[in-house]
Design a binder for this molecule. Sequence first.
Ligand code: S3P
Length: 434
Amino acid sequence: MSDWLSALAGPLRGDVRVPGDKSISHRAIMLASIADGTSRITGFLEGEDTRATARAFAQMGLVIEAPRPSERIVHGLGARGLRVPSAPIDCGNAGTGMRLLAGLLAGQAFDSTLIGDESLSRRPMRRVIEPLARMGARIDAEQGGLPPLRIGGNCALHGIDYELPVASAQVKSAILLAGLYADGVTSVREPHPTRDYTERMLAAFGWPIEFGPGWAKLSGGHHLTARDIDVPADFSSAAFFLVAATLVPGSEITLRDVGINPRRTGLLHALRMMGADINGVNPRSVGGEPVADLVVRHAPLHGIDVPLELVPDMIDEFPILFIAAAAARGTTRIRGAAELRVKESDRIAVMAKGLRALDIRVEETPDGAIIEGGRFAGGEVDSAGDHRCAMSFAVAGLLASEPIRIGDCANVATSFPGFVELANGCGFGLRANA
Ligand code: S3P
């Protein structure tokens, strides 16, 4: 068990590049693996989640070279080239890994089993099993639709037209990946548009696909052609620095090469509504993805009602938004975010409990929270093994009257290896295993 102690070392300063985007890194390994030819991935996230995905494909016969950190050379086996894995595939902590793999494996000629760690083993999989079964897949789960998932091979899949009950890029992607192996047309519609990396990357690898905000459509039986992928820095990892530099007086940080896909940057809008001073400079396109450097300076924040339409575009950023809200003047109201209860932890409960332990007034609701801005006391909080909650509480420590001890932080390595060193280089006073 790894605990952290967080306090402020000084105003935050720095010019940093946070690690590569997790969502894009997962997809890059997957699509390069089933493409014809060799793809080079640069900026790959060396996190436990994305490494687990790379290991999954190595188990299925892929040769994946790692010539240097954050680089992978994937010798694709083609859409029908994967081999039967000799053991269950361990997705670790990664919901994205498991759900996307479920779709991709449903179309293979062999049986497979997907397992995960304690947190992943509690996360709902019926949301992918149900549409995949409609396509003709055979997937058994534990009671309640929980992992492990046992996926039957040699199913003749057929396309479906599916309206997602919840806005989920993972579910959408699982269906599209199964659709590669299905007869006929597979189409998906979402209640709110979600991140479209699977669609963009399929198109980049040459698979015919039509898509727009909230919908996508493809047919089976085509080919993917290898290509190189440059993964931008992960906006969700940059988010901790955006909020930290906003909250600590005298701070200024530049975050380099950050992916600013509009389906990911809801937090930028929310923070600007709250009064933040964040500028995107040097906007450009990297491998078809919008990227910019983000310059953030200290600014006082005030509470807001988070607009409902922003929720899917900032779904991974609520833990750090809780911290921004707790440090803002006035009240912040979050609703329409019930999905937070089925992430790596129940993020509404974990953040509310932690903030209360730090003397912040928070009212939990079924789909959000009402947070009264105040001053953080020092104290002890539990991240519940959730990487984003751990890093969020580390930011609270910068403003607390006494240091904050944060429990169970080891899973930060799933998405942000090197967080402690990078943060301390900017002025955090973080001690691991303190
Ligand atoms: C992801 C989709 C989101 C997000 C997760 C990554 C993806 O999950 O929370 O961190 O890469 O597709 P949902 O699809 O469950 O909303």
